[in-house]
Ligand binder design. Structure first.
Ligand code: AHM
Ligand code: MG
Length: 333
């Protein structure tokens, strides 16, 4: 059997399963091409002077890396001209990016974090791109940030790329989760894992322990029980991993299970959390649920949140179902 390329997979989803439209197929092809370009830019590293600070801040007051800016531009340019989008929004831009008048407009909205985990770029650790696709509501008077404020249940597609030892693209259209690997010689993505499933139980957790003293009591209790291992109430030892690139942590969980937490803490109470709902929490929550896992803020299912702002932040607890449900139960108690 010849390898199934991303193009072939998408054509067959459109033709046989009618899961996607021609425009959505085109959109994903374009995003995958942009991810390839970002992967190449990252791979050049110190040779091409792409590392280090850009000397600017994004709208969230975070210092931008050169590769944050480059990745954002690659995604904008790739997606402007195709006629498949009504608008785009990004972690790196305060307002939505409207499609220039010289190009036709389409029915979809694309939201992305162009380079997730960018604090890891300069130290040669995996980073990635996260994206979410929504439909632009019909008959809206203007395409502005309000058209994006739809709950995660409305996503028609979610995905992320990991730029690690291999470049991976993980995708869902609401019908399971597939993983593609970039074949660097041929320059295309090839289907390498079908229907990824997250085990319901796990012995691995991911959290930034340096924030421990700021967490709320339910998270304190949960992590304390994990750390107590065999001698504690859980009766087994747990291992810990924290890459500090959500894309890499979530990919590990898709591969062998685990629970990922970026809970609300006392330092960021007024911000609502660390991770952004529209282009981090929602796409990851859709992927994790499609793989049989769960995603919650501790108090509610992430995909049910009605967004109030484009750059809204939320607490994120996702991964193996039984663990996420336990953390939610501790919040309820
Ligand atoms: P970014 O989008 O600015 O890179 O921030 C998101 C990243 C996640 O990938 C990761 O889980 C988290 O921030 C790590 O945060 P910390 O450095 O506080 O551990
Ligand atoms: Mg991010």
């Amino acid at each position: 059997m010849p390898p199934v390329t991303l193009s072939r997979f998408l054509i067959e989803e459109e033709r046989n399963k009618k899961v996607i439209s021609a425009d959505l197929r085109f959109l994903v092809e374009i995003v995958s091409r942009a991810c390839k370009a970002i992967s190449i830019a990252i791979g050049k590293g110190g040779i091409a002077d792409v590392l280090g600070q850009a000397g600017s801040d994004n709208i969230q007051g975070e210092a931008q890396k050169k590769l944050d800016v480059i990745s954002n531009e690659i995604l904008l340019e790739a997606n402007e001209w195709g006629g498949h989008l009504a608008a785009m929004a990004s972690e790196e831009m305060e307002d939505p990016h409207l499609i220039p008048h010289r190009y036709p407009k389409g029915e979809y909205l694309l939201v992305f974090d162009p380079l997730d985990g960018s604090s890891n770029i300069d130290v040669n650790i995996s980073v990635g791109t996260i994206f979410s696709v929504l439909r632009c509501p019909e008959g809206v008077p203007a395409v502005d940030d309000k058209v994006f404020l739809q709950p995660g249940t409305q996503q028609v597609c979610a995905g992320f790329a990991v730029y690690g030892p291999t470049t991976l693209l993980v995708l869902t259209f609401g019908d399971g989760v597939q993983c593609f690997t970039l074949d660097r010689e041929f320059g295309h993505f090839v289907l390498t894992q079908e229907n990824m499933r997250i085990p319901e139980d796990t012995k691995e957790f991911a959290i930034n322990m340096s924030n421990q003293r700021f967490w709320e009591p339910p998270v304190q209790r949960y992590v304390e029980e994990l750390l107590a291992g065999k001698d504690g109430p859980r009766g087994k030892d747990f291992n810990m991993r924290w890459v500090a690139s959500m894309v890499a942590d979530v990919f590990r969980i898709l591969t062998r299970g685990g629970v990922f937490m970026y809970p609300i803490d006392a330092k960021m109470k007024d911000k609502g959390g660390k991770l952004r709902l529209m282009y981090e929490a929602n796409p990851m929550a859709m992927i994790v649920e499609q793989a049989g896992g769960a995603a919650s803020t501790g108090r509610e299912r992430i995909l049910d949140i009605r967004p109030s702002a484009l750059h809204q932040r939320v607490p994120v607890i996702l991964g193996s179902k039984n663990e996420v449900e336990r953390v939610a139960r501790y919040h309820a108690e």
